[in-house]
Design a protein around this ligand. Sequence first.
Ligand SMILES: CC(C)(COP(=O)(O)OP(=O)(O)OC[C@H]1O[C@@H](n2cnc3c(N)ncnc32)[C@H](O)[C@@H]1OP(=O)(O)O)[C@@H](O)C(=O)NCCC(=O)NCCS
Length: 183
Amino acid sequence: MVDITGARLGLRELRPDDVDAVYAIYGDEEATRHLSFEPRSREQVEAIVERSIASAGVDPRTEFATAVIRVDEVIGFARLALDPHSPRGATIGFALRPNVWGGGYGVETVHLLAALAFRTLDLHRIWGARAPLNEVSGRTMERAGFIREGTIREHVHVRGAWRDSVVYALLDHEWKTPAGFGG
Ligand SMILES: CC(C)(COP(=O)(O)OP(=O)(O)OC[C@H]1O[C@@H](n2cnc3c(N)ncnc32)[C@H](O)[C@@H]1OP(=O)(O)O)[C@@H](O)C(=O)NCCC(=O)NCCS
């Protein structure tokens, strides 16, 4: 079970009653502008939350879709999925509700995913891919210690067109645990 606490935020398993909180992010035009999909309907978010909860029961587990929480309020969605052909590697994704942006929570969320990867799961490498226009996401990953590795050309098809992705990665021995993460 994922239950990780950082300085101000935590990661916990998704629950059925998180649908509205996830919809406030995945249904939002601004929050999804640079993501690989268009804003989701509430029904689609309900299905995503259902699938995510089901994925936690798969053995061996390969997907960790979690709620980002501030005290007991869900402010984000963070996901780690094991790379199918890369032992101890995983891809990450994260999105926060727009009205909490700009306060350092993005960087802390990426650190929480690193804690899940390197402490809980003993992984070696995690990586994330952002849209070329999503410079804030790149800045967020770099602030958490990720290194920019390059560009995957025409990686995703979204909003009717192919889009490149810019890739960032962090290795276990590169991660510097921030204050408030318990050593
Ligand atoms: C990406 C995201 C999680 C960042 O969250 P956040 O809480 O705003 O990020 P932080 O406050 O931790 O800021 C991280 C860095 O980005 C910078 N930043 C944040 N908002 C910015 C803005 N609007 N313009 C320029 N820089 C900005 C911060 O200054 C900080 O860099 P710095 O430490 O060098 O100053 C948030 O914008 C989001 O949810 N976006 C939509 C979903 C998304 O794009 N996810 C990533 C998919 S790859």
